[in-house]
Write a protein that binds this ligand. Structure first.
Ligand SMILES: Cc1cc2nc3c(=O)[nH]c(=O)nc-3n(C[C@H](O)[C@H](O)[C@H](O)COP(=O)(O)OP(=O)(O)OC[C@H]3O[C@@H](n4cnc5c(N)ncnc54)[C@H](O)[C@@H]3O)c2cc1C
Length: 603
């Protein structure tokens, strides 16, 4: 098993050493951002940004694997059919065809880079996952994401043309107000609000699970890319479609660790506080009903039995399974539960459904272009059309790779490239991780340093606003979970939209918001203390979460049917007239902006 990179070696260049521009800036260093960086033409000077450290992303947490046709008994046509079936009539055919046909080549590329997928008698081992008609999921134990991310990270650190900036939080796109083209980004980095130019900005910021009170996503999944693109006027698509997983560990302080469906397949019972198998009240197959049905059963049950369903749970009892089977099949689940004080051989696991994957996102074409010139999106933040209304298991890491590979064809004209960055790109051979990171830090020192475009000004202390931010971070996900979670209805969503709009106004009136929301493009702002970075990250993520909550609620309210990950109690059936994409776009007119929703045909 691959160990995560030690955070001590993940140092970034000083703000004063940064070049004023890159050819390409990639915002996000999960599987999508890392693979994109490696696929871009290597004569380009690339800035790869993560708001955290390189070792932390949803990609790193991916367990099950990557779907791809590698078995002669399987075929891209079957993978295509399974994906379309899961997508419940909302996939774009050409995008899915592209995904499944390019998949084997991407797997070959990963193997070539050194990703050690599990093997059986020398050939790649494949497992079967729900809704796949063939065994086609490649895995590396149950830590596939970590294996992929670690390998890609090591490759990125060997590349001279890639400058990694950790703990660099992108706040917004830097738009040219005359041309409406993107000219770079505004970011928070080492105590300053900075502006970096780039000919192309690629958003690879991952999902937005943190907008829900219950989620399997890491804390960094706050939907930043979607919110940032929305504010800049990009077309967004199908934001109401969220996949909920029925059984995530639900214990105070513990992450919402996934308890695999295979556990129920082996005979575990889903029970209430009295040991009753309540799932049979909702479906004749009980806990073995389809994933969305079981999620809805648990959610509805908790709604009727608990005062605070947002933090309530039911139980998954493994004791009907023979102990030796548990031992053999679920070592990781045993271990994680043990860490949180649960002995699965003696007691049931507290579980509840959790938001897991966001099918909607920034609308992109096969070349990852968004509707804004110079802005691209890739990975979970993008809506490529491959997932439709529901994602087929293990297609999401694949999407990061297949669409990341498309950047090999990106052309930028290099008009802002400094002479210093016109160096020949080499690949470093060998060297320890520490040496590579040391080298990575030196890469920027050959470039012209960033000079403030205008004098630096100070930002007022943000501490006075922190109580309000804390309240919003707690209350907003609870509201979204209750109103736009597994079961939705128009009246509840309308009330929630009004509440979010009220909170957005309150947020805009915070002292720090007044100082930052009207910042002048190009003007560098220094914070009072480096500690303010953490405060401002909370501020920026709360702003994004408010936008994302509003967008999901409005989109879910707009779609008056039930399909895939979107279930409306007041419109419980699939409606033929809704076999279309939901489009949301913000239009600016002077100081005013207005977001419109419309329908668009499938591609
Ligand atoms: C527990 C779990 C298990 C999963 N298992 C599987 C699986 O088995 N197979 C599968 O195919 N999929 C799985 N998924 C889904 C899959 O992991 C994700 O869809 C995929 O990893 C998303 O990759 P990404 O690169 O788009 O985003 P992420 O991996 O989330 O990376 C996002 C990056 O963007 C950065 N970022 C975000 N906002 C900003 C900002 N404002 N400024 C700067 N940087 C920013 C983050 O720091 C991070 O580096 C799983 C997901 C979870 C949560």
């Amino acid at each position: 098993m691959v160990e995560p990179l030690p955070s001590s070696v993940l140092r970034s260049p000083l703000a004063s050493e940064l070049p004023p521009q890159f050819d390409v800036i990639i915002v996000g260093a999960g599987a999508a951002g890392l693979y994109t960086a490696l696929c871009l033409p290597d004569h380009l000077q690339i800035g790869l940004l993560t708001k955290d450290t390189l070792s932390l992303s949803a990609s790193d947490w991916a367990q099950g694997g990557i779907a791809a046709v590698t078995d002669p008994e399987d075929s891209p046509a079957l993978h295509l059919a399974d994906t379309l079936q899961a997508g419940a009539g909302l996939c774009d055919y050409e995008a899915v065809k592209f995904l499944v046909e390019q998949a084997p080549e991407c797997i070959q590329a990963l193997v070539g880079m050194g990703v050690a997928f599990d093997r059986h008698d020398g050939t790649l081992a494949l497992t079967l996952e729900a809704a796949h008609s063939r065994r086609r999921v490649l895995h590396a134990a149950d830590t596939t994401g970590r294996e992929v991310v670690s390998t890609l990270t090591a490759q990125v650190l060997r590349r001279k043309n890639i400058c990694v900036l950790s703990e660099a939080l992108t706040l917004d796109l830097w738009m040219d107000e005359v041309t409406d083209h993107c000219q770079g980004i505004c970011l928070l980095y080492q105590g300053q609000v900075l502006w970096l130019r780039a000919e192309a900005v690629i958003l690879a910021t991952g999902g937005g699970g943190q907008v829900f009170a219950q989620t399997t996503n890491p804390e960094l999944s706050t939907g930043d890319g979607v919110a940032i693109a929305h504010r800049a006027g990009a077309i967004l698509r199908d934001l109401e479609f969220v996949q909920f997983h029925p059984t995530a560990l639900t214990k105070p302080g513990a992450p919402r660790f996934l308890i695999s469906e295979a556990v129920r397949g082996e005979g575990a019972h889903l029970v209430d506080d009295h040991g009753r198998r309540f799932a049979f009240d909702y479906h004749p197959a009980g806990e073995l009903a389809p994933r969305d049905v079981v999620s809805r059963a648990i959610f509805s049950y908790l709604q009727t039995t608990h005062a605070d369903p947002a933090s309530a749970h039911v139980w998954l009892d493994l004791r009907p399974i023979a102990p030796e089977t548990i031992q053999h099949r679920f070592p990781n689940i045993i271990q994680v539960c043990q860490r949180w004080g649960i002995d699965v051989f003696r007691e049931p696991i507290p579980v509840a459904p959790a938001a897991h994957y966001w099918m909607g996102g920034i609308a992109t074409n096969l070349g990852n272009q968004t509707s804004i010139p110079g802005v691209y999106a890739v990975g979970e933040t993008a809506s490529t059309g491959v997932h439709g209304a529901n994602r087929l298991a293990s297609n999401s890491l694949l999407e990061c790779l297949v669409f990341g590979a498309q950047f090999a064809h990106l052309e930028v004209n290099g008009r802002w490239r400094s002479e210093a960055s016109e160096q020949v790109v080499e690949t470093l051979e060998g060297g320890s991780t520490e040496e590579l990171l040391e080298h990575s830090n030196r890469k920027t020192s050959t470039l012209a340093p960033l000079t403030p475009l205008q004098p630096i000004s100070k930002l007022p202390s943000t501490l006075a606003d922190s109580d309000k931010l804390k309240m919003l971070r707690q209350e907003l996900p609870r509201l979204v979970w209750q109103s736009a979670g597994i079961c939705r209805d128009g009246t509840t969503m309308a009330a929630a939209i009004a509440q979010v709009e009220y909170w957005q106004e309150e947020f805009a009136n915070l002292a720090v918001s007044r100082a930052l929301l009207h910042r002048q493009p190009g003007k560098v702002v220094a914070l009072e203390a480096i500690a303010a970075d953490a405060e401002l990250r909370v501020w920026a993520e709360t702003r994004n979460l408010l936008d994302v909550a509003w967008l999901i609620l409005k989109s879910a309210h707009f779609r008056t049917e039930s399909r895939g990950g979107h279930y409306r109690v007041d419109y419980p059936d699939v409606a033929e007239a809704w076999a279309v994409h939901t489009i949301a776009q913000q239009h600016h007119k002077g100081a005013f902006s207005n977001t419109c929703w419309s329908k668009a045909p499938l591609l």
